[in-house]
Ligand binder design. Structure first.
Ligand SMILES: [Fe+2]
Ligand SMILES: [Fe+2]
Length: 266
């Protein structure tokens, strides 16, 4: 049990601390030259999460669970701080105090939701209160489907408008994922009655198909951007970042399918 706790904690921290580190970079790139204080803060978050990432790779599954528990608290604090930083920037942008800055409000909100997810997960791990499987399936999908819908919107808006076909494809993905998100919320409001084995299986199957095709689209976009074949203002690291988040969602769907297959039908 404690081995599983250590493995799960390290897996979450290795994935999300890199993500938080990259958010600091993306936010910094969207600030104006005169926003020196914010740029400094972003740089500090970058090194904080770089340090956490390095530390997480130094630990192993054999590390003392008590040490990991303390590490989780420390990382959860850092995630709370970057969450507050993101909400502060969102406030500045929404009150028009940063005219000319280049971070979309939805992107700032999006990255703050990811920070919030990260700190909640660490809290759940430390308190030993992981959700029951049927609830986790719905909640994780509601969270990640919205993340995927946002990504499609960001890609569509950061591609050059002259890349008409790709912009159109991104718009279609955005619509698909908005639909899937509404379906997930419907299933959410119909629970617990909606949490039958066949319904949950179908839910995962349907989501998996769309996430796979979005993941492939992101892979193509990433390759095109890295080889400078298309016009956009998408940082190659951002293209890779959203690709990795889709891979993460797919891995979570697979994990749920595996756990469901070991549940006896009622
Ligand atoms: Fe992200
Ligand atoms: Fe994201």
């Amino acid at each position: 049990m404690s081995n599983a706790f250590v493995a799960r904690s390290l897996d979450e921290i290795r994935f999300w601390s890199r993500i938080m580190k990259e958010h600091s970079l993306f936010l910094k790139l969207g600030f104006r030259c005169e926003d020196t204080q914010l740029i400094n803060e972003a740089n500090q978050f970058y090194s904080t999460f770089e340090g956490i990432e390095r530390q997480s790779h130094a630990f192993t599954v054999g590390t003392d669970p008590e040490q990991i528990r303390r590490f989780n608290v420390e990382v959860q604090n850092a995630a709370t701080h970057i969450w507050a930083f993101k909400r502060k920037i969102l406030g500045l942008v929404l009150s028009c105090k940063m005219p000319g800055a280049n971070n979309f409000p939805l992107l700032i909100d999006h990255t703050s939701r990811e920070a919030n997810y990260f700190r909640n997960r660490l809290n759940e791990l430390n308190s030993g209160q992981l959700e029951p499987l049927p609830d986790a399936i719905i909640d994780e999908n509601v969270f990640f489907l919205r993340i995927m819908a946002d990504h499609a919107k960001f890609i569509g808006h950061l591609l050059d408008p002259s890349e008409r076909q790709l912009v159109e494809q991104a718009r279609n993905f955005s619509n698909d994922f908005d639909q899937l998100l509404f379906q997930a919320r419907d299933l959410e409001s119909m629970r617990p009655q909606s949490q039958t084995l066949p319904m949950l299986n179908q839910f995962l199957d349907q989501n998996r198909v769309s996430v796979k095709s979005l993941r492939d689209f992101k892979k193509t976009a990433k390759d095109l951007i890295e080889s400078c074949r298309i016009k956009s203002i998408i940082h190659p690291l951002l293209a890779d970042h959203v690709f990795r988040e889709a891979e993460r969602f797919l891995a979570i769907i697979d994990m749920f399918e595996q756990s469901l297959s070991s549940v006896k039908p009622r």
